[in-house]
Design a binder for this molecule. Sequence first.
Ligand code: PRP
Length: 462
Amino acid sequence: DNTTPIARIAATRLDDAALPVRLYYSQKVFRSVSGDHGHKGEFLQVGAELIGSDGLQADVDILSAAFEALKNAGATGFRVEIGHAEIYKALIETLGVDDMTAETIRRLIENKSFAALGDILAPYSAKPEAKALYAMPQLFGGIEVLDEVEMLTGNVRVLGAVAYLRRLYAALDSAGFGGAVMLDLGLVHEMDYYTGIIFRGYIGGAGGAILAGGRYNALCAKFGRDLPAGGFGIDVESMAENLSDQQTPAQTRDSVRIALTKGRLEKKTLALLKSSGYDISELEAGSRKLIFTLPDTNIEIVLAKAADVITYVEHGVCDMGVVGKDTIMEKGGSFYEMVDLGFGKCRFALATKKGKEVYSGYKTPVIATKYPAVTRNFFARRNMDVETIKIEGSVELAPLLDLADAIVDIVETGSTLRENGLEVIEDVAPVSARVIVNLASAKMKKAAIEKVIADLEAGLEK
Ligand code: PRP
């Protein structure tokens, strides 16, 4: 992270500099990356910070610098989405939940996971804050989202942030950046040092944000000097790779490309596309083809294995995907999880041989599974240490052969367990098919993606 060390330098080594201080940097950032997700562990970031200055004009200056940076680098058709840290903070504090629940809610808003967000907020549904928190991830687009949030809540801190965003939007519009600004009230940052506006920038072809920033008025004070501050950083390599004059035709495509999971979910997903009004006759014809264009639409369909659906969507080579919650829970990643399609229903369960005690004795339980991440997370939530063994298929064999004390696996009808003398000890999580959307596509192709989602939701009703 570059922001925290800059706040430290501003508060300590530059303590006699005249305010405001304008700083820029160009240096490598290192991130811990796990697995083969194709994310960079090291990249060059260029950024600018305005320290010692607060208020509308300061925010306009910071954002204008960000817009100019993108423009001068040759980016065309970029979008910068702006949110406000106060909105989530005010709502969650008024809702009054413990820190762990608050963080789960924050993460679900960030991922636009409507289904899970609805579940976790259900016990608080009588409170207006719960309704507003549930709506947050849907509130992205033009100035109209501010009208919507004003109708949802009377929370004064939220209304203050909304009024501020309205003034900021107008100021950016008159500075000539109106067309590139979007509002996303569901923008909730993992870094809790943000106190005011938060923003991210997108360009076509890059699967994620290439620019990120915001206001962090309380950070310098932690290093001994109370200074308002704000700024942004640009991922130089992602930006350079995706500048319009360097893009391949594949990167500049304007189609909506949807990745569907082959196998288990395939039949039901195709049936849904059909009832949603799409002509899928070429897909039904049964060929070895992997990419199809739906007639009379700008939609391409890609057929892939479940985990690959996530990979293609995360990297933005597909804009959307249909994939099981089981794969989402196991693989994780950055994307929006926008619709629970309700089919492909099954559950993760902990199971073992009938009558066997899994938790007895001093031995660490051995759990066999195709889903080691789901298993580790389940037991970690219980503060329990288990040993996991990865099995590739027919996991039920492991306890039968005495390799493991129990399994964590998908249970659909329960007949595999029954026919092998096993039983469920505990349910772990429900599973069903979800629609996932690439972070940048959700902003850059908002209308087209919303149309597909609306069609699918109408198809589900039929
Ligand atoms: C899944 C799962 C169970 C079975 C559960 O396996 O791993 O074995 O289905 O379904 P049921 O409750 O309806 O019996 P899958 O068919 O995907 O095969 P695999 O284990 O060989 O990968």
